[in-house]
Design a protein around this ligand. Structure first.
Ligand SMILES: [Zn+2]
Length: 243
């Protein structure tokens, strides 16, 4: 059972990453009444909007407008209402001191129990690796009393989880946790269908959810799991018992 008092911060490098990699899980948290805050760092205009650039006369502004519309529709299918698009340039994304402070302040403002973002390795997507390191470092800075920010008190270390990368085997990805999304898969599917700029991925991530559902059944013995999403953990699981 997800505690409705949970605060979850999701950081997505590009327009649709949060849907492909975690849409079902995000929908589970919103459904439970948890507070979900979503930050989308870029529209993915340069690196993840290839279908749109095949249209004659396309401009970066038009790509961003289409992607904004898609993001808003997808987020509404997942019942996410707290969402910010920071409009960083993608491919490549660069993180300077100002951006590091902005993320640190955001983490302190949300004070999340859980942060969901990109895992440390992604063989063909340097932006995802940059964002993984960015969010990890900001989460650490957010907990340091010596990092003074007016109006933003020091945060407690959040649990960090990494999205499954697009090519898991060649990105050294092994699931540390598999989350059952059977109850919210329809919402994920509806959200995926909003992203006409990356149509080729809709089928791919539908199959991925079924594959992880198979692993969820095999690992748990629970035959009711049909769809799932996999994540890595940045830190070991800590508790008072073996769970
Ligand atoms: Zn991406």
């Amino acid at each position: 059972m997800i505690d409705p008092k949970t605060r979850l911060l999701v950081v997505s490098a590009h327009a649709a990453d949060f849907v492909w990699r975690a849409g079902g899980t995000i929908a589970k948290y919103t459904k439970s009444g948890a507070q979900v805050s979503l930050v989308i760092l870029s529209y993915g205009a340069r690196g993840e909007s290839n279908d749109l650039w095949n249209i004659e006369g396309m401009t970066e502004d038009r790509v961003k407008a289409v992607r904004r519309d898609e993001i808003e529709k997808a987020a509404s299918h997942l019942n996410v209402t707290d969402m910010e698009i920071w409009d960083f340039q993608d491919y490549h994304m660069y993180i300077d001191q100002e951006r590091m402070e902005r993320m640190t302040a955001k983490i302190r403002a949300v004070a999340p129990h859980i942060i969901l973002t990109h895992g440390p390795r992604d063989a063909f997507n340097p932006d995802h690796e940059t964002v993984s390191r960015y969010v990890f470092e900001a989460s650490v800075l957010s907990t340091s009393n010596g990092v003074r920010m007016e109006g933003y008190p020091t945060a407690t270390q959040a649990k960090l989880f990494g999205f499954e990368p697009h090519q898991p085997e060649i990105s050294d990805f092994k699931p540390d946790i598999i989350v059952d999304i059977t109850d919210t898969y329809e919402q994920k599917e509806a959200a995926m269908n909003c992203f006409k700029a990356q149509k080729h991925l809709i089928e791919y991530y539908g199959w991925k959810a079924k594959l992880r559902g198979n692993h969820a059944r095999r690992c748990s013995g629970n035959k009711n799991y049909q769809y799932a999403e996999a994540f890595s953990r940045f830190f070991p699981l800590v508790g008072g018992e073996l769970i």
